[in-house]
Design a protein around this ligand. Structure first.
Ligand SMILES: NC(=O)C1=CN([C@@H]2O[C@H](COP(=O)(O)OP(=O)(O)OC[C@H]3O[C@@H](n4cnc5c(N)ncnc54)[C@H](OP(=O)(O)O)[C@@H]3O)[C@@H](O)[C@H]2O)C=CC1
Ligand SMILES: O=C1CO[C@H](CO)[C@@H](O)[C@@H]1O
Length: 469
């Protein structure tokens, strides 16, 4: 994949090297507002072309994908413009400055059939799959509380966008992206948030928030610009905890690490090699790798940060109202033989990673979406060209759900749409619904809707390791 870069700032300098050292990736052009700066960077980093202005880069035939490394307020505009030019979009975090903008990026990329991902590196470090996988998760017991803290002492350059509200500045969108993203990754979508901030330079300078999740899971987070460098989290269950002190990026010259604790204080230390940015780039550029779980994480993080901002403004605890993706990840055309798939209807990324592990252990594909996929299985192949750009969507279309798993704690629920018609679209699927044992009426409604297997969360938990075998 041939990349063009928008912007010549601090993060660009770091990511160019990762782009240039990732297999299958080339950097062919870099654009700046100032042509001399573009040329200087091109020469300095061995990039073929320096381009004046971001728009000119989008028109180039030697660019398949853009890396957007601009201030946050410019992300949506340039991500949408890139997608409209048929370019894949790798955008720096935060994806946008509002949930509405983030969903616009998602919708346009889906419509134009280009891939998108935000450049949150830690999600792709090999360590992350380990600390959120079945084995570590099992040691926690039932999840209860999460904490995270991300800060840097005044990491500014002159005229820094972090201190300019009109450019999307402030620690909420910047460092809160990591601190809030962490509990979402483990616990799924929060129900509500409460936040308070120290304001300086017209932007949130230090922010502390509380988050509430289903099943009485809670989280406390802190981020800011006037505290020393911290990038830690603790995830605690009723029988153990995981502690990590470098989750956003390993400390320089040290391996990535975390510790698992049991209730007696015995700690096991884990360390990992790996370059998270290269892992992210490989995932982004390989057509067969599914980005849906990361895109959902992005959209849910953006929505939660919006509720945090609302709480800062009105001083109240705010519900987080999630909107679903406009264009579903599954559509009606099958171009290649369908692959048996476990489809998880939920926003719970943590549980999703466990179901993925169990599905993959049984040789099944895994997909997750928060809305019911549209389309049918095994419909006629279309005359759409099978070129490289279409491979990903073709691959997505060739899935045959053999399990449809419905998380009843998903907000709004999906039962009303589970009529016979929608179920008939997936003729090979066994339907399973699960939810907290206290949600008696939801479990009953699922049974009445004709779902074959209705389980409490703990029953599902116990059956999961062997369910698909
Ligand atoms: N993933 C990660 O680990 C990190 C991510 N980031 C994210 O990357 C993005 C960029 O951050 P960073 O590289 O530190 O920012 P910089 O200010 O260093 O660079 C931003 C670049 O955007 C361009 N730009 C266009 N318009 C403006 C404007 N009005 N003001 C300032 N710059 C402008 C400039 O390039 P030019 O003039 O050449 O067009 C500038 O060099 C942010 O969203 C940030 O959150 C940042 C650090 C780490
Ligand atoms: O994502 C980021 C990671 O660290 C930086 C501090 O140097 C942040 O400000 C930045 O935006």
């Amino acid at each position: 994949m041939r990349f063009g870069i928008l912007g010549t700032g601090r993060i660009t300098r770091r990511l160019v090297a990762d782009l240039q050292s990732t297999a299958g990736v080339q950097v062919t052009a870099i654009a700046s507002r100032d042509v001399d700066r573009a040329d200087w960077y091109a020469q300095q980093y061995g990039i073929a072309t320096g381009v004046e202005g971001y728009q000119a880069l989008l028109g180039r035939d030697d660019v398949d994908a853009v890396y957007i490394a601009l201030p946050p307020s410019m992300h949506c505009q340039w991500a949408v413009a890139a997608a409209e030019h048929g370019k894949h979009v790798l955008c720096e975090k935060p994806l946008a400055i509002s949930a509405e903008e983030a969903h616009r990026v998602d919708a346009v990329c889906q419509e134009k059939q280009v891939r998108w991902l935000d450049a949150t590196g830690w999600l792709h470090h090999p360590r992350t799959a380990n600390f959120s996988g079945l084995e570590q998760r099992g040691k926690l017991g039932t999840l209860k509380h999460l904490s995270s803290a991300v800060s840097f002492y005044e990491p500014f350059q002159s005229g820094d966008h972090r201190l300019d509200a009109s450019l999307g500045g402030g620690c909420v969108l910047d460092l809160g992206w990591y601190a809030v993203g962490l509990p979402i990754w483990f616990a799924g979508r929060p129900l509500s948030v409460y936040a308070t901030a120290v304001m300086r330079h017209g932007v949130p300078y230090r922010m502390t928030a509380m988050m509430w999740f289903p099943d009485d899971v809670t989280a406390t987070i802190n981020c800011g610009y006037d505290v020393t460098t911290r990038k830690w989290f603790e995830v605690a269950g009723d029988s153990g905890s995981i502690v990590c002190d470098d989750f956003t990026r390993p400390w320089p010259e040290r391996e990535a690490r975390f510790w698992s604790h049991d209730r007696t204080g015995a700690a096991e230390s884990h360390s990992f090699e790996g370059n998270q940015e290269q892992a992210m780039l490989l995932r982004f550029t390989k057509p067969e790798s599914d980005l849906a779980i990361y895109q959902q994480q992005t959209l849910d993080t953006q929505q939660t940060l919006e509720a945090i901002t609302q709480s800062l403004q009105n001083g109240q605890r705010c519900d987080v109202v999630f909107r679903e993706r406009e264009t579903p990840a599954f559509s009606s055309v099958s171009l290649v033989p369908a692959k048996p798939t476990v489809w998880f209807l939920s926003g719970d990324l943590m549980f999703g990673s466990r179901i993925r592990a169990a599905a993959e252990a049984a040789g099944l594909e895994f997909r997750m979406s928060s809305g019911l996929p549209t389309g049918t299985v095994g419909s006629e192949a279309s005359d759409e060209p099978k070129d490289a750009e279409n491979q990903t969507s073709a691959e997505n279309r060739s899935l045959d759900p053999v399990w449809m798993i419905l998380d009843l704690s998903t907000r709004g629920g999906m039962l009303p749409t589970l009529d016979a018609d929608s179920r008939n679209r997936f003729p090979h699927a066994t339907w399973l619904a699960y939810g907290p044992h206290v949600q008696v009426s939801k479990l009953k409604a699922a049974r009445e809707a004709g779902i074959e297997l209705v389980l409490t969360r703990s029953q599902f938990d116990m059956r999961l390791p062997t369910l698909f075998k």
